[in-house]
Structures are given as structure tokens and as C-alpha cells.
Design a protein around this ligand. Structure first.
Ligand code: CA
Length: 234
């Protein structure tokens, strides 16, 4: 899930944008002022910043300048006046795009997606530690060469069967696998084990996800009477 830092002091505009972004499965940190935004950025790495130019304590341009001292985070500016556009272009702060108000939230989401797809920004040191393997699903990433699954930037300590089970679920998010299907995928001799074995392993994977991040156990959903699935990708 990409993390967006939204810096906008007008609550109505912020609310609309937060709703649009979260609907599209972005996780949003909202700051009302430039200094709050810089504090939020220092605490957690973000994948993208949306900066309103007119902020109460400093301009979005200044926020961008500060952000760029430590990261190469892509930036989309929100501008209220055409004159501000000239300043963005003139200062060449490395903002990746801008949108003039009024705008449609869908347009913003489309721009964010397009810029992230271009992916031309070099990740900063903090970005690299949190996303060592590129984008995954729900923070889960499969590293093929080491046959490890990382969650939230750290490798999960899984047994061979747990690894295979989770991998099957990750390959088709949202798809329900019956216990028999999971046994077939993850055990060489499925006849030797029972449905209960799958349940026990799923329970153990959930516990490991939970200890990595409380609530993450819910990423694996139980479909009563059917089987298990990984939460659908957005
Ligand atoms: Ca403003």
C-alpha cells in the first residue's frame, strides 16, 4: 500500500482527497501545516507527497525544499492561482506535477498513480529500508532468490510449510483456497496430513504476522466452510 503525505489546510478539500485516495487503497497521513508535515515525514517514510502551496505557516514550496533535503519523494503540488504555477516551474524544486484548484479528486488519484508508475525517483535511504523488494501486497513481499517472505520490511520467520502456504495465498489475493488445495500446494505428500494441519499452520502464520504488526493477522481471511484467502488487493 503506497503511503501518501497530504498537506492541505482546508478541511473540506483534505477530506475529499483522503476519501478518494483511501478508496483507491492509498494510506494517507494528513497534515494541516508545513511543520506538521515535516514532522510526519521525519517519523515515517512516505511514497508520495501532495502539497498545497498556500499553508498557514510556510508555503508548500518550502515544505518540498525541506523534504528534498533528505529524500527524493515525488511531489504533486496543489495550487490556487496560476501565478503559483510560475513559481513552481521557476524554482525547479523538482516537483513532479501540479494541479490547479478546483480539481476533481479522481484527477489527483490518477496523477499520483501515473507518477508512481513512472517510478523515476531514486528511493531514499529510509525508503530503501522499508521497501527492500519493490511493491508487494499489504506489505508482504516475496524474495524469490532467498525464498523468504518479508512483511513491512522485515523477513518473516516461517517454516517451509508456512512459507509455501502464504506464498500460495499471496499469488492470488482475494481468491479462496480450500484446505485440500492448500494441502496440494504446500505438502509433497498431502495424503499424510489432515485439514487440521492446514488450520494449525494458518494459525501460526497469523501469529507471526500479528507479532510483526498487530492486526495483520486479519490479512488472512477465513471463509467459513470454504477455506482461506489473502485479503483482496485494492
Ligand atoms: Ca491552502
Amino acid at each position: 500500500m503506497s503511503k501518501v503525505l497530504l498537506v492541505e489546510d482546508e478541511p473540506a478539500i483534505a477530506d475529499t482527497l483522503i476519501y478518494a485516495l483511501e478508496t483507491e487503497c492509498f494510506s494517507v497521513t494528513h497534515a494541516l501545516t508545513g511543520s506538521d508535515a515535516l514532522a510526519a515525514a521525519a517519523g515515517h517514510p512516505h511514497d508520495f507527497a501532495i502539497l498545497d502551496i498556500g499553508l498557514p505557516d510556510m508555503t508548500g514550496l518550502e515544505v518540498c525544499k525541506k523534504l528534498r533535503e533528505t529524500s527524493s519523494i515525488p511531489v504533486l503540488f496543489l495550487t490556487a492561482r496560476d501565478g503559483e504555477v510560475d513559481r513552481i516551474l521557476g524554482l525547479e524544486l523538482g516537483g513532479d506535477d501540479y494541479v490547479t484548484k478546483p480539481f476533481s479528486p479522481r484527477e489527483i488519484v490518477a496523477r499520483v498513480r501515473a507518477i508512481l508508475r513512472r517510478g523515476h525517483h531514486a528511493p531514499s535511504a529510509t525508503d530503501a529500508s522499508s521497501r527492500p523488494l519493490g511493491q508487494g501486497i499489504h506489505g508482504l513481499l516475496h524474495e524469490t532468490s532467498s525464498m523468504r517472505i518479508h512483511f513491512d520490511g522485515s523477513p518473516l520467520d516461517l517454516t517451509a510449510h508456512e512459507y509455501k502456504l502464504l506464498l500460495v495465498l499471496m499469488e492470488k489475493p482475494g481468491r479462496v483456497f480450500t484446505r485440500d488445495q492448500l494441502l496440494d500446494h504446500a505438502w509433497q505428500d498431502p495424503g499424510a496430513v489432515t485439514d487440521r494441519t492446514v488450520d494449525a499452520h494458518i494459525k501460526s502464520i497469523r501469529a507471526k504476522l500479528r507479532s510483526a504488526k498487530p492486526g495483520a493477522e486479519n490479512l488472512i481471511e477465513t471463509r467459513r466452510g470454504l477455506g482461506y484467502s489473502l485479503q483482496a488487493a485494492c
